[in-house]
Design a protein around this ligand. Sequence first.
Ligand SMILES: NC(=O)c1ccc[n+]([C@@H]2O[C@H](COP(=O)([O-])OP(=O)(O)OC[C@H]3O[C@@H](n4cnc5c(N)ncnc54)[C@H](O)[C@@H]3O)[C@@H](O)[C@H]2O)c1
Length: 326
Amino acid sequence: MNLLVTGAAGFIGSAYARMLLAPGAAESAGVSRITVLDKLTYAGSLDNLDLTHPRLTFVRGDICDADLVDRLTARARQVVHFAAESHVDRSIAAAGEFVRTNVTGTQTLLDAALRHGVERFVHVSTDEVYGSVEHGSSTEEDPLDPNSPYAASKAASDLVALSYHRTHGLDVRITRCCNNYGPGQFPEKVIPLFLTSLFDGGDVPLYGDGLNRRDWLHVEDHCRAVELVRTEGTPGGVYNISGGTELSNRELTERLLAACGADWSRVRHVPDRKGHDRRYSIDDTKAREELGYRPRHDFASGLAATVAWYRENRAWWEPLKRGLTA
Ligand SMILES: NC(=O)c1ccc[n+]([C@@H]2O[C@H](COP(=O)([O-])OP(=O)(O)OC[C@H]3O[C@@H](n4cnc5c(N)ncnc54)[C@H](O)[C@@H]3O)[C@@H](O)[C@H]2O)c1
């Protein structure tokens, strides 16, 4: 079976492709070939993929390019859709590309999937679509109430995807996952941003009072959950994917400082992000009960391995970081 995976030159999509291309994975997953469609924006890198792998085909292109998407979808039995503009701060500075890629791009893929009778379409959404949750945890039935332009564009694409199930009967499945961490995350996101600055003797910017809370999940656990949804989920099913490690940004900073042998003198307090959601929290009982989902990485050892990866892979992140400050 040929699986079309969008955005797999990025952080999570490339981890998903690696998982499916690992020795022995093809038989269990029923995936004989993966076709990656990725535009290679600033966030995508071919270094994240093994382009020599015999079961991988890479196509550089835009998910908004209807002709290209049509040709690739015609040859795919299933689609897993990761491609997106993904950084909240960039969406606050300029939202146009977020609406174009995240909403129009998703709709372009859905139209092609419908036209060619694709048998499954997994749309990778986020816990940010529920908005800030002061108490308790969001279930899949809760209304979407996004705040940032990023979250709003993801909520829009999530609902457009669901509408193709409800209106046309397309087998759409949705994951709404919490914050991911792990190797290969672009160094604008908080964990690699802080680590790479601390390694080089720099300081780290902490937003506002630092008490905003996030739930953290290792990227490999997210990929396993996406795969469970693809193989065991139900058509039209929405699945929250939680990590179970909720930390304030101060607590996260404390751990990153400790991992780098640094102290609070390296922290620069900066004005809060506009519209900064105070807390995300999702209830993933449905994924646990229906799919047997359980995260395998505990946060302490997953973070230690991530710190080690960034220490050992300067050649990967240094050029990306230079590009951010250029
Ligand atoms: N990172 C997280 O913590 C997190 C949590 C939950 C959900 N998600 C979702 O998971 C998905 C992947 O996130 P990520 O962190 O790997 O993002 P990322 O920014 O690292 O990667 C995005 C990839 O999409 C590609 N892309 C962007 N625009 C494109 C376009 N128009 N056409 C084709 N390709 C395009 C980029 O080149 C890049 O390779 C996103 O949909 C995101 O919303 C992320």
